[in-house]
Ligand binder design. Sequence first.
Ligand SMILES: [Zn+2]
Length: 83
Amino acid sequence: MFRMDVSTAVCLYVMSSLLAIFVGWILFEKKVIFPKFIREKADVWECSICAYIYVDSTHHEISQCPQCKSYNKKSPEERLLES
Ligand SMILES: [Zn+2]
């Protein structure tokens, strides 16, 4: 077995707690980035005719469904998510 003195033990303790804070910080930063992901979800359309879900980031008001070729309009609550 290896022996260690008090200063080494304190150093290891401080290092491990700093590492825990750092990991917590990284996780917190990821949560801050999360709202951007929700904003990208505004480009997801659900067809009102065939319920097909697709992504169209080029159009914001009206979009054509690739499945049934019908046009879909953004609902007011979805438009609230965009702004
Ligand atoms: Zn459709």
